[in-house]
Write a protein that binds this ligand. Sequence first.
Ligand SMILES: NC(=O)c1ccc[n+]([C@@H]2O[C@H](COP(=O)([O-])OP(=O)(O)OC[C@H]3O[C@@H](n4cnc5c(N)ncnc54)[C@H](O)[C@@H]3O)[C@@H](O)[C@H]2O)c1
Length: 450
Amino acid sequence: MGGRATIAVFPGDGIGPEVTAEAVAVLETVAPRHGLALDFSVGTIGGAAIDAAGDPLPAAELERARRADAVLLGAVGGPKWDDPGARVRPEQALLGLRQGLGLYANLRPVWTVPELMAASPLRREVLDGVDLVVVRELTGGIYFGRPSERRTTPAGREAVDTLAYTEAEIARLLHAAFTLARQRRRKLTSVDKANILSSSRLWREIAHEIRRDYPDVAYEDVLVDAMAMHLIRRPRDFDVIATENLFGDILTDEASMLAGSMGMLPSASLAGAPAPGERCRGLYEPIHGSAPDIAGQDRANPLATILSAAMLCRYSLAGGGGGDRARGGDGGGGGRANGRPGGARRAGGWVPGDGGARARAAVDVPNLRKGCQSSRLNRGTSTSLRRSSTILSRSGSVCALGAVAGVKKPRGVLTRRTKSLSLSFPIVDLLASWSMRIRAELHKTSPDLQ
Ligand SMILES: NC(=O)c1ccc[n+]([C@@H]2O[C@H](COP(=O)([O-])OP(=O)(O)OC[C@H]3O[C@@H](n4cnc5c(N)ncnc54)[C@H](O)[C@@H]3O)[C@@H](O)[C@H]2O)c1
């Protein structure tokens, strides 16, 4: 990869600073091994910025984001700023960044890992092999339409919101979704409410025009109410799901329950299509909120943010491609893809245009053992998870991360007897697999962990 890149980091409120610190530590460890110098430009947004400057997204912070190659964000908000009548609210920072950076395509990958299926309210046979991405339109629709207001009429109070989409907004989102589908299982489900809404009828019309450009991608239309049902009845059948802002907001939260927890799912918001070989400006954040109930207690699970950092590497630094490989499951070395034995592997990319170059490394066993033993993953507390990620990312380096991805847990302790090990993982898979495994281990002993 090589070169230099600037990452704007907005830790935000609550547990935001705790989880972003872990993700930054991982990036700091990984980047030099690929000849990349990362500059982290840390800013203040959300509730903290309201306290400091009276503005959740000061102009200088938006400028910081604009100047960066990518943005890593924790979460914003908390009870201190929750007054619904308040003129300024932390969430305005998120909307301002999305609009200001033109981040129109929100990617939320959801997959299941066998070790965590018990955490989902759904049955194992429904969950097995689920691997989908929701591509949600992020800067249009009812969240941005005008008028949006309350008014008083002779008949009483009334309120109005406006759901409006232009042809261009719909087309670019669908192109992004088709582009992603081509790097995955080549199946796209477009979700709308075309039987009722004019905006959805336009959506469907444009989708049918665009699908002609992607004859190799299987396409289907599904109404949003039916989709809510199919997502929990037959989630395995879906690959890429494209939909507008409001429907996507609701469906992604529903889909997150397939994975058993919101505390481990990443997201990317992109200003372009995730095309192979092309870097894309993006903002990366966990899908969970600021968790004020556990803030400052050293209990926050950083994995969703670490996985978001992995997506950042893929789409904004490495030049896209490889679908949504910031995920767990297959660690990259076996013959499984998408949770299915014998499936064709998608190309993984770290170096631009490398077509799936592998990071080869020898494991630094003393460092690994030190990291594993001192972090005491077997104790199964949320605190140990945070510590272990810090220790492994700082001392054990990427090699140790890869080794952990392959470690089995005898009696709950992560140890490795082999003196050295040669790994061949795409780097992003490696991070993802490592994260999932640790998360799975901890869930067994600490089921209350989100
Ligand atoms: N993108 C964002 O910044 C974002 C998203 C959602 C909510 N919020 C804000 O966050 C605040 C809290 O919202 P909420 O409670 O509805 O949702 P939340 O996601 O913050 O928390 C829900 C539950 O999950 C737990 N949790 C969340 N992330 C966790 C993690 N990484 N590790 C361990 N446990 C975790 C929390 O402790 C809580 O019990 C609100 O002010 C809300 O507006 C921000």
